[in-house]
Design a protein around this ligand. Structure first.
Ligand SMILES: Nc1ncnc2c1ncn2[C@@H]1O[C@H](COP(=O)(O)OP(=O)(O)O)[C@@H](O)[C@H]1O
Ligand SMILES: [Mg+2]
Length: 419
């Protein structure tokens, strides 16, 4: 039986782990957290940080998997690309390509060199440089870690006071990832969509474009609360967004496999927020499967196990008129009870529902996307139907928490399902 090591067992990897099990593979999981939501589906589990390539390489040497892969988040992606290269296991991208699709200044520079539109931006080592940028461009501006992910440390700032604070936080986030600087950039007006792409023969094919609905508030900025298909863009705008995603992948040298792009579509045209050399981390590939019938998780596994038929497989299930993945933001504190999951799953048109935090675990304030607590996946004949089904299911889920004053960080958005 083929043994597949999946790096990371959190909710971004949950559907991949399940797909591998469905396909009859022996699944080895690696994660720092033994209570991570996908651990229970793994045949073997290794308690090591998914972001530590040395530790993951030790797992490879010890457990001798035939294949390795990951999805959905940047930290395991970097480690997986590194370990695959060192251990001689197949992966779709080398570590340098992954780096270019992660470091925000390298990414922006790559876009600009290829002639793509980029917002005015500056990589700043010091607050003074950031202030100089703000003086020149005016507020609002966006501050983010040069090396960051999951909206950790991303903020929209309206004045000098907020800039001071956000800059320090963004730079320190980036410093812990080995790059002590922060990006400041122009605020982009418009709607945000995700292009769920797959690069075939060097060129990106889009399997689904979703509207990326984000939580209200300036800090953290842009945490996704729902991915909705259809996107609501006109066919012409959607084609532009896909084209921008395709050009972005070419600009960064990403030539094979999963490509998840976030695109702002506004009055001044399309701008890429970023190109990720992976599938989306918010059940985006599940929405894509409901929208197109194509299972991108199976394709990922196809690459890992060197099965080119699987890597290129077309639709395997029927396509629906609309689909949505929507998250629940929990009230911070220690989890005392989880209720209503089966009721949520029983709602018509609901394909999946999961709570990511177990009883005895902890819901953290929403400082970044990893802190989301539960989700539902639903389809419908049209957008309104899929959205209503998701809301009905989310309304049945309850995560009871005991507030804990020792969890000090305050976030803007309210807890609960966001309409
Ligand atoms: N310049 C900007 N203008 C408006 N919104 C932005 C801007 N930059 C980022 N955002 C919002 O913040 C989110 C996170 O930014 P991003 O650069 O993708 O950081 P991360 O890699 O942490 O996801 C984006 O998806 C978008 O919603
Ligand atoms: Mg992003």
């Amino acid at each position: 039986m083929t043994r597949l090591l999946i790096v990371g067992c959190g909710f971004p990897q949950l559907s991949l782990v399940r797909a591998a099990k469905r396909m009859g593979l022996q699944v080895l999981g690696a994660d720092r957290d033994p209570r991570a939501v996908a651990v229970k589906y793994c045949d073997e589990f290794f308690e090591v940080s998914a972001g530590d390539p040395d530790a993951v390489l030790d797992v490879v040497r010890q457990a001798r998997p035939d294949a390795i892969t990951t999805t959905g988040s940047e930290v395991p992606l970097k480690a997986t690309a590194t370990v695959a290269a060192r251990a001689g296991l197949p992966f779709y991208a080398d570590p340098e390509t992954v780096r270019l699709c992660q470091d925000k200044d390298a990414m922006r520079a790559g876009y600009a060199a290829a002639g793509l539109a980029v917002p005015a931006f500056a990589r700043c080592e010091s607050l003074d440089e950031a202030i100089a940028f703000a003086d020149k461009r005016g507020f609002p501006i966006v501050v983010k870690p040069s090396r960051g992910w999951g909206q950790r440390g991303v903020a929209r700032v309206e004045n000098l006071e907020q800039l001071r604070q956000a800059f320090g936080e963004a730079r320190s986030h980036s410093a812990t990832a080995g790059l002590p600087s922060a990006m400041v950039e122009e605020w982009l007006e418009g709607r945000e969509v995700s292009v769920n792409g797959w690069i075939e023969d060097g060129s990106l094919v889009s399997y689904c474009v979703t509207e990326r609905v984000t939580v209200p508030g300036n800090k953290p900025l842009g945490v996704m609360i729902a991915e909705v298909y259809p996107s609501g863009l006109s066919p012409a705008d959607e084609a532009r967004a896909i084209d921008e995603a395709r050009r972005g992948a070419v600009a960064l040298g990403h030539t094979r496999g999963p490509c998840y792009s976030q695109v702002a579509v506004g009055p001044r045209g399309c701008f890429l927020f970023e190109t990720a050399a992976r599938l989306g981390g918010g059940f985006d590939a599940d929405v894509t499967r409901l929208a197109s019938g194509v299972d991108l998780y199976e394709r990922l596994i196809g690459i890992a196990v060197v099965d080119t038929t699987l890597e290129r497989r077309g639709p395997t299930s029927s396509a629906h008129g609309a689909a949505i993945a929507k998250f629940l933001v929990g009230a911070p504190g220690a989890v005392t009870a989880v209720k209503g999951l089966d009721d949520a799953r029983a709602v018509e048109g609901v394909d999946d529902a999961e709570v990511f935090v177990p009883v005895g675990g902890r819901v953290f304030p929403l400082t970044d996307s990893a802190k989301r607590a539960a989700y539902v996946l639903a389809h419908g004949a049209h957008r309104a139907e899929a959205m209503a089904r998701a809301d009905a299911a989310l309304a049945r889920i309850r995560i009871d928490t005991r507030p804990d004053s020792s969890v000090g960080v305050k976030a803007d958005p309210p807890a609960g399902a966001i309409p």
